[in-house]
Design a protein around this ligand. Structure first.
Ligand code: ATP
Ligand code: MG
Length: 443
């Protein structure tokens, strides 16, 4: 196995790696060359958490997509008929982009491009930024081969965002929004030449060529950013937020709202069983300070699809039942609060933590996030095994684990005393004890 294939497996969640294997096999069967590309490669090589898994295929992936939908339960979330690219969600929750390797020619800035099929090398050279223009072959003869025609790896190392060409931002001005989003997310610098390209594009007011459809695509992507509020602040500072809606400025920006939601999200411990849909919550906070008329104007201008809008408008009514349960006197044990919240949709939990006027509801949610969930994560199978006398492979073990967790939460079962740490060997006098090297901060 090549180093990169190994890196892939160790960097991805098992569900994501399973999709790589699935798509690789399906493409091989269909006789198509397939490459892992885009954000997946950037994030893997840069050591960032991987979001969606992007593939590029030489030739049209239309049949492959159909097959993944029919045989593997993938749901099509979005389709770009012009570029022949699809966004899919697999039953495991993994989101994946599959697109045709292509070349796009722009007659004018912001014009609809002429698209034709191309090789992976040509495709990569026509992408937005060098760090997004790296691919990994998944094909039998060259599996694990890295393709990096614009030295994206060098820019990842230098932590710089650089366009792949001198007209990148002119051709498709929506790339300026992608650039600021990426810069905010990764904390990279924009290279001086790319910065001057950006300034020239702004000077020519080409941002006005960004279509409402592209704007909404960006807005949706913002919802999934780790810090949407920071991005909104950046866009406001750059004078780009008015593109989305002239009404969102000043106090209506709701930066405190975004900050509050961010703090709540950060309470969710890493590795906890917690899933939330970001879009509805994000749209709610984004439009919270707008009047009904302003909100309707924004929805109409961006053409927000009904289903997406419903994620916001239904949040309040959908959370009412959970709120009622959470304030009930019957929920008088930690284990009951834990069980209620473990199965509740994450976006409802965060919405209530953000909005509910009930003190008890707020307190119970915060306890769940900051005490119960972290406590449960620390419980090892070994500990459960010592308590119940069953091996983790035993079919009765999962139920015992649940019983143990609930018992621990309610204090019926005590936390076991920590294993004694062996005494360090005595050192001969005069020798320095070696200091452990400082842990490297994650990039
Ligand atoms: P994320 O982690 O947010 O998914 P991403 O870079 O993967 O980031 P996608 O929108 O999934 O972003 O796009 C996948 C890849 O397609 C990008 O990495 C980039 O190479 C290319 N791409 C997307 N949009 C454009 C664009 N407007 N112009 C050129 N290339 C683009
Ligand atoms: Mg992506």
């Amino acid at each position: 196995m090549s180093d990169y294939m190994f890196m892939l497996e160790s960097h991805m969640r098992p569900q994501q790696f399973a999709i790589v294997q699935l798509v690789q096999a399906a493409a091989e069967q269909a006789g198509l060359n397939v490459y892992l590309s885009g954000g997946a490669m950037r994030d893997m090589l840069g050591g960032f958490p991987l979001q969606d898994v992007d593939f590029t295929v030489e030739g049209s992936p239309a049949k492959l997509v159909k097959q993944l939908a029919a045989k593997n339960g993938a749901v099509v979330l979005a389709e770009d008929a012009l570029r022949k690219s699809w966004e899919l969600r697999f039953p495991s929750g993994v989101v994946s982009g599959i697109g045709m390797a292509h070349e796009a020619r722009y007659a004018r800035p912001g014009a609809k491009p002429q698209v034709k099929p191309a090789t992976i090398h040509e495709d990569l050279r026509g992408r937005d930024f060098t760090i997004n223009a790296i691919a990994l072959s998944l094909n039998r003869a060259s599996r694990g081969l890295l393709i990096d025609p614009t030295n994206g790896q060098g820019d990842l190392e230098a932590r710089e965002i650089r366009t792949t060409g001198n007209y990148t931002l002119y051709d498709d001005p929506s790339r300026i929004l992608r650039m600021l989003r990426l810069k905010t997310r990764l904390g990279f610098e924009v290279s001086p030449r790319t910065q001057s390209q950006y300034e020239n594009v702004r000077e020519a007011k080409l941002e006005l060529k960004i279509t409402p459809e592209q704007l909404y695509h960006e807005l949706r992507a913002m919802a999934d950013e780790p810090n949407p509020g920071l991005l909104i602040e950046t866009l406001e500072r750059e004078g780009l937020l008015t593109l989305f809606a002239p009404s969102i400025t000043g106090a209506k920006l709701n930066l405190p709202g975004h900050e509050k939601l961010l703090k709540l999200r950060q309470m969710v411990p890493f590795g906890a069983e917690f899933h939330s849909e970001n879009l509805g919550l994000f749209l709610f906070v984004l439009t919270e300070k707008l009047s009904a008329k302003e909100r309707a104007g924004l929805v109409k201008f961006l053409g927000i699809p009904k289903a997406d809008l419903a994620t916001m408008t239904k949040l309040d009514a959908a959370s009412k039942k959970l709120e009622a349960t959470l304030k009930s006197a019957k929920l008088n044990r930690a284990s009951l609060v834990y069980q209620t919240l473990l199965t509740a949709p994450g976006e409802q939990i965060l919405y209530l933590a953000y909005k509910s006027a009930q003190r008890l509801v707020q307190d119970r949610i915060k306890k769940h996030l900051t005490q119960y969930l972290p406590g449960v994560i620390e419980i090892t199978d070994q500990e459960v095994s010592n308590w119940c006398g069953l091996a983790p492979e035993d079919e009765k073990f999962p139920q015992k684990r649940k019983d143990y967790i609930l018992g621990r939460l309610d204090g019926r079962i005590r936390k076991p005393a920590p294993e004694p740490v062996p005494e360090p060997e005595p050192q001969p006098p005069g020798r320095m004890l070696r200091q452990p090297s400082a842990a490297r901060a994650p990039r």
